[in-house]
Ligand binder design. Structure first.
Ligand SMILES: [Fe+2]
Length: 298
């Protein structure tokens, strides 16, 4: 059992601690946030995918290790096939509208899904505790989308992608792709606060299947360098656990929102992100649609 699992277990099991305001931690916050105050933008961790570049894997790997995130432009060259994937997904959802379960979904429930196909529309984040946080209310998540009859992964040729597999092998021999989930966001304006997914190595590959060209589309956002600060992230979990009971334990309450960089992209771009780092979503404008394939590696 990992430290993170123990913490979450204890947090859910025992009810002690008390709520105090975030501003009581202002001094600690200032010190922590100064760590992320480097003047960098998305161009620092963006690379154009060129299969003929023999060093491409090394370059991607270096960026990922340094910043915790790398954006690979034009990873998929065939934009038409991605457009048709997005079209098919929207068609599928329209046809199956009535069978999609709207429900409260807890962390424990998400973790128990394993490898089965499941389609859920988020209603509210149901933790054991009453949480004041948003959790992507309205977002449709297709867990294990590769089990769906319209097989989008074949089209993307994702699983056989040499570059992704090489990257995984470089990062640690025990890491493998565990899930391919699809996030479908339409007018989702209550996105989750900045948080970490894990204190141990875990990566996600985000493939934008629709253009996310400005903040109105609800881009993924990330705090560069924060993946290297697992101790700070663990400290933040303790603070949440003891003092901020209305927050989910993995929420980065000590990190300012403005440290996160919004990751814009076009269809065919992919983002590889170290989930030990601080990340979150951005509220969408009403009427905006975003479809992202999210592949987890751990
Ligand atoms: Fe997350």
């Amino acid at each position: 059992m990992t430290i993170q699992k123990i913490l979450i277990y204890l947090f859910n099991k025992f009810d002690f601690g008390f709520d105090i305001e975030i501003k009581n931690f202002d001094n600690i916050k200032r010190i922590i946030n100064s760590k992320y105050n480097k003047k960098i933008d998305i161009s620092n961790f963006t690379i154009n995918f060129n299969i003929d570049d023999v060093y491409i894997n090394k370059k991607i790997n270096n960026m990922l290790m340094q910043y915790g995130i790398v954006v690979i432009r034009d990873y998929y060259k065939n934009k038409n096939s991605i457009n048709s994937i997005a079209f098919n997904i929207n068609k599928f959802l329209k046809e199956n509208k009535n069978s999609i379960v709207k429900k409260l979904i807890s962390i424990a429930e998400i973790k128990s899904i394993n490898n089965e196909l499941k389609i859920v529309q988020r209603e509210y984040y149901a933790n054991n505790k009453k949480s004041s946080e948003n959790n992507d209310e309205g977002m449709i998540e297709i867990f294990n989308v590769d089990k769906l009859s319209i097989n989008i992964l074949d089209t993307c040729n994702f699983i056989n992608s040499d570059i992704i597999l090489n990257l995984i092998n470089n990062m640690g021999s025990n890491l493998k792709i565990t899930n391919h989930n699809l996030y479908i966001n339409e007018s989702v304006n209550k996105t989750r606060y900045l948080h970490v997914d894990s204190l141990i190595p875990e990566f996600k590959v985000f493939t934008y299947l629709t253009d996310v060209t400005d903040r109105s589309y609800g881009p993924y956002s990330y705090v560069p360098f924060s993946h290297k600060n697992s101790l700070i992230n663990m400290f933040n979990m303790f603070i949440n656990w003891f003092f901020m009971r209305t927050y989910i334990v993995t929420t980065s309450t000590l990190c300012d929102n403005n440290r996160a960089i919004e990751i814009y992209g076009n269809i065919g771009d992919i983002i590889i992100s170290d989930q030990r780092g601080i990340h979150g979503g951005v509220p969408q404008k009403v009427g905006r649609n975003r479809i992202v394939l999210v592949s987890t590696i751990k």
